[in-house]
Design a protein around this ligand. Structure first.
Ligand SMILES: Cc1cc2nc3c(=O)[nH]c(=O)nc-3n(C[C@H](O)[C@H](O)[C@H](O)COP(=O)(O)OP(=O)(O)OC[C@H]3O[C@@H](n4cnc5c(N)ncnc54)[C@H](O)[C@@H]3O)c2cc1C
Length: 520
């Protein structure tokens, strides 16, 4: 349109942009330029809506710059989350095909490993999971005759997805997962890599449609295509609230722009809260904007601290073409008797370290030179409380996190023990960073009209530990809500923020009657 063509390029400076933004109107203003907001802007612009994307920080610089950049369609225990991720991976592959895979999407898979009977039984639950059944099912092998070998260069199916228009299906190839039971079956599959895993691993569940990418480049790709389709950005600026008409409909977004004493009013009928860990704060701002349902109940959004460590793998403990490896058995760290007693005496978090700790620690090769590994373990921060408006920098317990994660991971990859000195000290070169998983108690996202807010207030938040992999389907779903397009039946209703207005739903989640999405 002529309006889009006359919108000034970024280089004219923020002041000019701000005055332009204040003079015209937009179909939607998206608050937050993390991966969620960028994807909302992308799919809104793609569907023909005019969009202004605002953030007080540079695009993709907050939580979205801190992730492990992994994806999977594997969410046993939640049919809607599985369908949603399946769609998101379809879209990821279609976006990769559009840019000659500039964001390096691979399909190395996730390996869930166990050396215990309980772990094997847990893995076997995948065989009867209804969500996985609907996207290719799980193949089961219990001896070495299967003839399947791990491939680090498995095709992503980008071409197949593009040919199919990016819609539906199982990505066109094979089962959602493979279960190898018994050491022979496991060894036959992993034998194409140099040995690096604990030899007693006796159950291997492979999530096939999984891998990683450069999340920054994926986000930049979505943002640049959004700009091509006419989306504008006003950065830095932050959403302060909305103005509503007497009938409770959003009329304008109120933005604070650096150097301006008065808030800038941008005319729009829709405001999207994609504020990541600040979504709870922004939700309260939007409710303050009045409207018929003004008020309502506070969203049960919580921020959890999660960290990752990057270790320089000078010992080549893990081959560079390995997949994502997740050890699912609980682990007891090898404390001396004295150390264990000392921990128990301290009490609280420290005491918990002396006992059996939940499994789920994972690692994968990290691209680049020198050869590095990325390591994660949820257990170290499980007890850290975060206020509703979280501090900019999360409390990471960095050196403790690195050392304990390394100790735990040496259960799965014995050669990592080479980085632990005889006195227990860590001899590795490790850096730690991290941020927040912003999540609802059911671990499902919040996408759709903001419950209790004015009409025209939407949200795309609560993306927990899966916001990178979910971003495309989340942005697409949000755009459908805003533009009034038909919604996907498999998951749209289950993700509506208004579910938390129901006392029955809240109680169901508390009692465990509502299935939670799988977290790793
Ligand atoms: C250690 C770790 C590992 C992870 N690993 C993975 C992984 O492997 N795969 C995966 O899929 N996900 C992973 N995640 C999760 C993923 O990183 C998040 O779900 C995702 O980045 C959330 O994106 P977002 O856009 O919602 O939030 P953010 O990236 O935090 O963006 C929110 C933006 O909103 C802006 N904002 C806030 N308030 C305002 C306001 N009032 N006005 C304007 N702007 C505002 C902020 O400045 C910020 O830029 C991981 C997360 C962590 C912490």
């Amino acid at each position: 349109s002529t309006m889009r063509a006359s919108f000034p390029p970024l280089s004219r400076g923020a002041r000019t942009l701000a005055s332009e933004a204040g003079r015209r109107s937009y179909d939607a203003v998206v608050c937050g330029a993390g991966i969620a907001g960028v994807s909302c802007a992308h799919y809104l612009a793609r569907s023909g809506a005019s969009v202004l994307l605002v953030d007080s920080r540079p695009p993709l610089s907050h939580t979205s710059s801190l992730s492990t950049e992994c994806y999977r369609n594997f969410f046993p225990g939640s049919v809607p989350l599985t369908a949603f991720m399946q769609r998101s991976v379809d879209l990821l592959e279609a976006r990769a095909a559009e840019c000659d895979n500039a964001f390096g999407l691979n399909r190395r898979g996730y390996w869930f490993l166990s050396a215990s009977e309980e772990g094997a039984a847990q893995h076997a639950l995948a065989l009867s999971d209804p969500g996985l059944a609907s996207c290719g099912g799980v193949s089961h092998f219990s001896d070495a005759s299967h003839g399947l070998r791990y491939r680090h260069d498995a095709p992503t199916g980008a071409a197949a997805a593009a040919a199919a228009g990016g819609g539906g299906g199982g990505g066109g190839d094979g089962p959602a997962a493979m279960l190898f039971s018994g050491r022979e079956a496991v060894q036959a599959y992993v034998g194409s890599l140099p040995p690096f895993l604990a030899a007693d691993a006796s159950s291997l569940l492979v999530a096939s449609r999984a891998g990683w990418m450069s999340a920054q480049q994926m986000g930049m790709e979505l943002l640049s295509k959004a700009r091509d389709a006419g989306a504008a950005t006003l950065i830095p600026s932050s959403l302060q609230g909305v103005r509503t008409a007497s009938d409770g409909q959003v009329e304008a977004a109120l933005l604070s722009v650096p150097g301006e004493s008065e808030p800038l009013e941008v005319r729009t009928g829709a405001v999207v809260n994609a504020a990541g860990p600040y979504a709870g704060v922004v939700d309260a701002l939007l409710r303050g904007g009045g409207g018929e349902g003004g008020g309502g109940r506070e969203l049960p959004l919580q921020n959890e601290v999660h960290a990752k460590a990057v270790l320089r793998d000078d010992l080549s403990a893990v081959p560079g073409d390995a997949p994502m490896v997740v050890w699912t058995d609980p682990v007891t760290l090898p404390w001396s008797e004295e150390e264990a007693e000392a921990l128990l005496e301290i009490g609280g978090f420290e005491a918990s370290l002396a006992g059996s700790l939940p499994g789920g620690f994972h690692l994968r090769p990290y691209p680049g030179k020198p050869h590095s590994l990325l390591m994660l373990w949820e257990a170290i921060h499980a007890d850290v409380a975060v206020p509703r408006e979280p501090p900019e920098e999360a409390e990471l317990r960095g050196s403790l996190f690195a050392e304990l994660t390394l100790r735990a991971l040496s259960r799965a990859v014995p050669a990592l023990g080479g980085y632990l000195g005889e006195d227990g000290s860590m001899t590795a070169n490790v850096s730690v960073d991290g941020g927040y998983y912003s999540k609802a108690p059911d671990n499902l996202p919040l996408i759709g009209p903001a419950a209790g807010g004015p009409r025209g207030a939407y949200m795309c938040a609560g993306l927990s530990g899966y916001g990178i992999m979910a971003a495309n389907a989340a942005g697409e779903l949000l755009a459908k809500h805003v533009t009034g397009a038909p919604l996907p039946e498999a998951y749209a209703a289950g993700f509506l923020p208004e579910r938390w207005e129901s006392e029955e739903y809240r109680r169901g989640v508390e009692s465990g009657a509502v299935g939670k999405g799988f977290q790793i």
